[in-house]
Design a protein around this ligand. Structure first.
Ligand code: ISC
Length: 461
């Protein structure tokens, strides 16, 4: 790994090409510089105009926004997907020629992406562009963090590449992306909404409660889809802008693959890594927001003391505790949850901190935690089998880990909920909820309606 303080793009390409010649294999060159601030959404829009696949990640709590354009390398994996992805990632890092003098988390050589909820489930046509796992190392990437802006160029060089012409091509695209349009294209509105017959879904909830009553499992999360027709093709950048404006406590993300884009605003962190520091979140148990402060506080109080929601939440806490014990020390989990308010609803929330043991990685933690009982159930395997057989839905990337990791042992993955898959003028939205043996189908149905609301609102509904 080469990391020098001062260099030029030409020098870096030249070094990388020499190394590729010596090794006889292509490898990644990654170069990061600090630039004057650019709006990441405008950069995202410019990349769309250039017909480049785009990636987007934002966490207001962390004050970070990452926008990617194009792909220098796509890590995709099927069987043993997480282990396989880690092997490829580590190999890429070993070979790469990197210049990133800033040591700022979320800059430099970085991959963004996600995976499907259940790799065993037969893939439906809707998700055809989304492999079981895909992590993209963007060709061009903008990181906006703590009032600073970083621009990274990643390219996979071959032994016979010419550094001068490669430099010219990269600089041309960089120029276009760094001079983005002043305005984002306006988005369409909703023309029609269609859901599978609510009665059928409620019947599945009823069936699930009976299954739970027979003690085959303690908790199962059931999801459903809502099909939305738009008046015109969706404008992803302006959609992201509206999500950022309306869902401040959430991770706003977009992963574009061809004409499809998986977009969402998830409040649920799966895991964050800062070197050996691990932060995870238990989020389960839901109620609406009140229209007045008093009403809101009363709903929060009822949620906090509701036995069904507390049991649902505790299932997540104990599973996360159990999962992290093997990989971490200094596990710290408060005894009781707190209320986590969002625009449309509020959740029970318990933060978890820990120290990663030597020899383990973010990949291990993501693999171990997914799916938490907030999206799968308890026991995990029984719940997964039930969901696979009875849910009548291909969740695709909904409910699965989405996020990023960099070459300096930093990264963050959220659970891809409050989300939808958008293709041109069509969107498929997803929402689910934890079913316990005493769940009421009507209440659970209403809860999923609340969970559709953030995406519906930004789509113009
Ligand atoms: C499955 C979803 O939410 C999960 C996360 C938080 C609270 C949940 C609940 O209270 O049921 C769900 O477990 C979804 O939003 O689609």
């Amino acid at each position: 790994m080469i990391d020098v303080k001062e260099t030029s793009l030409y020098n870096m390409l030249d070094q990388a090409i020499h190394k590729a010649k010596k090794r006889g294999t292509p490898l990644l060159m990654s170069m990061t510089k600090k630039i004057q601030s650019i709006n990441p959404l405008a950069f995202f829009e410019a990349a769309g105009i250039q017909a480049m696949n785009r990636t987007f990640w934002s966490s207001t709590a962390e004050d970070i926004c990452i926008a990617g354009a194009g792909s220098a390398f796509d890590i995709t994996a099927g069987t043993n997907r997480v282990e396989h992805a880690e092997t490829i990632w580590n190999q890429l890092l070993r070979e790469a020629v990197i210049h990133n003098p800033y040591e700022v988390s979320g800059t430099g050589l970085l991959a963004l992406g996600g995976m499907s909820f259940d790799p065993v489930k037969q893939q439906s046509d809707v998700w055809r562009h989304f492999p079981d796992l895909a992590l993209t190392i963007p060709s061009f990437m903008l990181t906006s963090r703590d009032d600073a802006c970083y621009f990274t160029v990643n390219v996979r060089v071959q032994a016979n590449d010419d550094p001068a012409s490669l430099e010219q091509t990269l600089q041309q695209t960089e120029k276009v992306l760094r001079d983005p349009p002043a305005h984002l294209a306006e988005g369409p509105t909703i023309q029609m909404k269609q859901e599978i017959d609510p009665e059928i879904w409620k019947e599945t909830v009823r069936f699930t409660t009976e299954y739970l009553q027979q003690h085959y499992a303690d908790k199962i999360v059931l999801a459903r889809a809502l099909q939305v027709d738009l008046t015109d093709d969706a404008a992803i950048a302006s959609l992201l802008k509206r999500l950022l404006e309306t869902q401040p406590n959430s991770y706003v993300f977009a992963f574009e693959r061809g004409e499809d884009c998986f977009v969402g605003a998830s409040p649920e962190r799966l895991v964050k890594q800062e070197q050996d520091q691990i932060l995870s979140t238990c989020l389960a148990g839901t109620a609406s927001r009140g229209h007045t402060q008093e009403a809101d506080a009363a709903i929060a109080d009822a949620l906090y003391h509701d036995t069904k929601n507390r049991r649902e939440h505790d299932a997540v806490v104990s599973m996360i505790r159990q999962s992290l014990t093997h990989f971490c020390t200094n596990l710290n989990i408060p005894d009781k949850p707190v209320i986590y308010p969002l625009k449309n609803l509020q959740h029970l929330y318990t933060p978890v901190t820990a120290t990663l043991k030597d020899g383990y990685s973010l990949f291990n933690i993501v693999e171990q935690l997914h799916p938490t009982p907030a999206l799968g159930g308890v026991p995990r395997q029984e719940a997964l089998t039930f969901i696979r057989d009875c849910e009548h839905l291909d969740r695709g990337w909904y409910g699965a880990p989405v996020g990023w990791l960099d070459s300096n042992r930093n990264g963050e993955f959220a659970v891809g909920i409050r989300s939808g898959l958008i293709r041109e003028d069509q969107a498929t939205l997803f929402a689910g909820c934890g079913i316990m043996k005493d769940s009421d189908p009507e209440t659970e149905y209403e809860e999923t309606n609340m969970k559709f609301a953030p995406m519906l609102a930004v789509l113009g509904g």
